[in-house]
Ligand binder design. Structure first.
Ligand code: FDA
Length: 406
């Protein structure tokens, strides 16, 4: 069997793998990156609607979920959002801040991929595409890796950068978790995150006319949810929400999906900053002849107002409806509590929550504590960011950190 010697074999030419390769290559290591996809950085290409939300100016430990939320801090502090931005600027890539610190390319996500492949080339990294791994064995101090093409690689360091399970259509397999298990490293529970939530058929039928309606909303998990802190604080997100044919989507829902668990409800304020009861009661005094849905339609989108009034059985004029009923309807707008039945799953999830247990890894280097030379970086690790550029920043930071040592 044809065999070659390497310093570093990186499996996965995504955001984390390419960043790691660049850094290791710059240190003079002989680095090869392999990927079973036909092109590098496919998720970068489709990210941010084709413009890649490549980082977030406000990145801090608070934007990540993990069994150990402090694990990510070291890497995030050593290679920050500002460091990545400097790299983007060095390559002349024009960017803009869209909202909430989220940075996007002005032109195309492909510029980020080009930047990374150019840097890999400059650092002498060999990139092999359309190539997967058959088997991995620990061979004394080194790893022996048999590849799909029948060749064998011997490497001092093996870096697993194969991402999570989201979007299987793009080749996501969860293979990195199997490697972790092969070396007796624990993998925490994995589940789809940053994903639309779905409703049961009865509720879907009632809300059918709302498909396509978007509102600004504050969304949080319900009071007794698993994500409540001991003090009762619950994560909440104020961003757009979208009614879909399956349930709810939009940034605020994707965010809360990372905290939501089956059987739990979420609470949605569809008119943040508005005291809907006070507005309706004032409208009743000023002009009781207007229809209830018309008055409500001045506060939230008209189609939504109509459906809520229909569900509450309030079809008449404001003056004909008792204050108690108006208050109850207002509560539905300001604090709608609804129980999703599930999520759209890995098919549409942006990321995988959970992964290789951070307790098994060194937070400075991403190296497995019990297996010298074996590294896990990016989404395969149990570190999951909020929506908004945080997941790429974790990929850059963890890839950079491993690249200093592997
Ligand atoms: P990533 O998944 O990018 O790369 C893993 C690589 O490993 C892939 O190239 C894959 O082909 C390869 N691979 C997998 N198994 C293999 C095997 N067995 N053998 C060989 N190769 C294998 N985040 C963000 O911060 N801003 C954004 O705008 C977006 N937008 C976005 C949109 C969509 C539609 C999705 C699905 C996701 C996002 N994300 C995002 C999340 C972001 O894409 C994700 O967190 C990073 O790509 C993770 O980077 P990794 O390098 O860890 O894995």
């Amino acid at each position: 069997m044809k065999s070659s010697d390497l310093d570093v074999l990186i499996v996965g030419a995504g955001a984390a793998g390419m960043m790691c390769a660049i850094e290791a290559g710059k240190r003079g290591r002989r680095v090869r990156v392999i990927d079973h996809a036909r092109a590098p950085g496919e998720k970068i290409r489709i990210s941010g609607g084709g413009r890649c939300n490549f980082t977030n100016l406000g990145t801090s430990g608070a934007n990540f979920l993990s069994e150990n939320p402090r694990f990510a801090l070291s890497a995030l502090k050593r290679f920050t959002q500002h460091d990545f931005l400097k790299m983007v600027e060095r390559h002349g890539i024009a960017w803009h801040e869209k909202t909430l610190g989220q940075l996007f390319c002005d032109d195309s996500a492909k510029q980020i991929i080009r930047m990374l492949t150019d840097e890999m080339k400059a650092a002498g990294v060999v990139l092999s595409l359309g190539l997967g791994v058959k088997t991995i064995a620990r061979d004394g101090e080194r790893f022996t890796v048999d590849l799909d093409d029948g060749t064998r690689v011997s490497a001092a360091s093996l870096v697993v950068a194969t991402g999570g399970k989201s979007i299987p259509k793009m080749g996501a397999t969860g293979w990195g978790y199997e490697v972790a298990r092969q070396f007796d490293l624990r993998v925490t529970e994995t589940r789809p995150a940053l994903v639309p939530l779905t409703f049961e058929p009865g509720l879907l039928e009632q809300l059918k006319p709302l498909a396509g309606v978007a509102v600004d909303a504050v969304v949080k998990t319900a009071a007794n949810s698993a994500s409540s802190s001991p003090k009762g604080d619950r994560p909440q997100f104020k961003e757009a929400m979208l009614f879909t044919h399956r349930g709810l989507s939009g940034p605020s829902i994707l965010q809360i999906s990372s905290y939501w668990r089956e059987g739990e409800a979420i609470t949605v304020n569809m008119a943040p900053g508005e005291d809907v009861a006070a507005r309706l009661l004032a409208a009743k005094t000023e002009n009781g002849k207007q229809a209830v849905h018309t008055a409500l339609g001045h506060i939230i989108p008209r189609r939504l107002a109509e459906v809520i009034c229909a569900r509450e059985g309030l079809s008449g004029k404001l003056a004909e409806v008792g204050d108690k009923k108006l208050r109850a309807m207002a509560e539905t707008v300001n604090a709608w509590t609804v129980k999703p039945v599930g999520s759209e799953g890995y098919r549409t999830a942006e990321v995988t929550l959970g992964g290789v247990d951070t307790a098994a890894l060194d937070q400075q280097t991403m190296e497995a504590k019990s297996v010298p030379g074996l590294f896990f970086i990016g989404e395969v690790v149990d570190v999951t960011g909020w929506l908004g550029g945080y997941n790429f920043q974790w990929a850059w930071s963890s890839g950079w950190a491993a690249g200093q040592t592997c």
